[in-house]
Design a protein around this ligand. Structure first.
Ligand SMILES: NC(=O)c1ccc[n+]([C@@H]2O[C@H](COP(=O)([O-])OP(=O)(O)OC[C@H]3O[C@@H](n4cnc5c(N)ncnc54)[C@H](O)[C@@H]3O)[C@@H](O)[C@H]2O)c1
Length: 349
């Protein structure tokens, strides 16, 4: 898989060179996007495709539309527009579009070549890399999907200029996760708020390198890749329970605080270090998002987590600074306590 990360004016030149070098402009191109991206980012991309034959399919965005029904609509449009195995699909959007679009392209006619142009911070740092795609099903996040890498990912950090603050912070959660797992530079940069969007290129670049280094080693998540689920066991369950009220990063931020508390409890993670991590997370996520009356339902959702084995709920925890360990069984009692303690750490309004 090829990728490049740039900001601003060099993006169009770089994308144009890439498309011409790979002869994609001579194929029928299908662009999948959503309403917001259509408005904010698509004109930049279309300026590169002036001489190509393309069709734009504007999908319904948002987590609540990451469904089989939306996929069916896109597959129907691709069929009606005569997409074939020589076509090329360009998916432009946030994590929802990247996940769903890759799944759609990867299954249509057993797979159409596709590239991703992620437009949210979360998608640039995380969702567009690592080859996981899919949709939500039966009230479970990402229940159906594939491990499949796109041909390429093109990142333009200028696209995030139009992101609302909440979306920007949601992306930062995944950056902070990389910092906690092993990238000191990201932890240092995110501990200084306000973080300037114009200076985000290095954080994005570092986070992508980190993710690729892990996923290249263990693409289908048999072992080491599991560490990237830090904060996600509780995070995914919280996100699912409150869907579509919460953003992915908000739920993951809450899950990371719980994971830090559990790491202190189970592995005696240094208290001062744990406090430092929690204070960085709280710089961007200060409000409580979980009600104690919902804890049992949230644990109920966790019992269906893909990472579980033999009915046990598995976590990624920290043994020490930058020393994550995975497949750690945590009892419902300990999960309950961690969530209750995390609720007290955030501001309750
Ligand atoms: N596959 C993976 O490895 C992976 C990793 C992390 C998250 N995810 C998935 O990513 C999804 C969340 O992604 P997200 O946070 O990007 O949400 P999203 O895709 O819903 O995008 C958030 C909102 O921002 C809008 N938007 C996108 N780009 C914009 C821009 N440049 N300017 C203004 N608005 C813009 C979108 O239209 C949408 O309304 C979740 O479904 C999550 O499961 C996948």
């Amino acid at each position: 898989m090829d990728y490049f990360v740039v900001d601003g004016s060099s993006f169009c030149k770089k994308l144009s060179e890439y498309i011409v070098t790979n002869n994609y402009h001579s194929r029928h191109i299908f662009i999948l996007t959503d309403e917001n991206v259509n408005k904010f980012c698509l004109p930049t991309i279309l300026s590169v495709l002036e001489n190509a034959k393309y069709d734009v399919i504007v999908c319904e965005g948002g987590e609540e539309n990451k469904t089989l029904e939306t996929c069916c609509k896109i597959w129907r449009r691709l069929s009606d527009l005569n997409c074939d195995r020589h076509s090329f699909v360009i998916i432009i959007g946030g994590g929802v579009l990247c996940d769903m679009g890759s799944f759609v392209a990867g299954t249509f006619m057993r797979g159409i070549d596709h590239m991703l142009i992620p437009t949210t911070l979360l998608a640039q740092i995380d969702a567009a890399f690592g080859g996981k795609n899919g949709i939500n099903f039966y009230n479970v996040k990402n229940q159906i999907g594939l491990f499949l890498k796109p041909k390429s990912v093109a990142v333009n950090t200028d696209f995030i200029k139009t992101l609302p603050e909440r979306q920007f912070n949601s992306g930062l959660a995944e950056a902070i996760k990389c910092g906690i797992l092993g990238v000191d530079g990201i932890l240092n940069e995110t501990s200084n708020k306000p973080l300037a969007r114009t200076g985000i290129l290095r954080i994005v670049d570092d986070a992508i390198r980190f993710k690729i280094s892990i996923t290249d080693e263990d693409f289908t998540e048999k072992n080491k890749r599991k560490i990237l689920n830090f904060g996600h066991t509780i995070g995914h369950a919280v996100e699912t329970y409150y869907m579509p009220q919460l953003l992915h990063g908000e739920a993951v931020a809450f899950g990371m605080v719980c994971a830090v508390l559990l790491s202190e409890r189970k592995f005696s993670l240094d208290k001062k270090y744990a406090e430092k991590l929690i204070s960085i997370i709280r710089l961007y996520f200060d409000k409580n998002i979980v009600q104690s009356s919902d804890i049992e339902s949230i644990i109920g959702i966790m019992r269906h987590d893909k990472k579980n084995e033999n009915g046990e709920i598995k976590f990624v925890l920290l043994k020490d600074i930058h020393s994550p360990v995975y497949d750690i069984t945590v009892s419902p009692e300990d999960i309950r306590k961690a969530i209750n303690d995390a609720i007290k750490i955030f501001v309750n309004i």
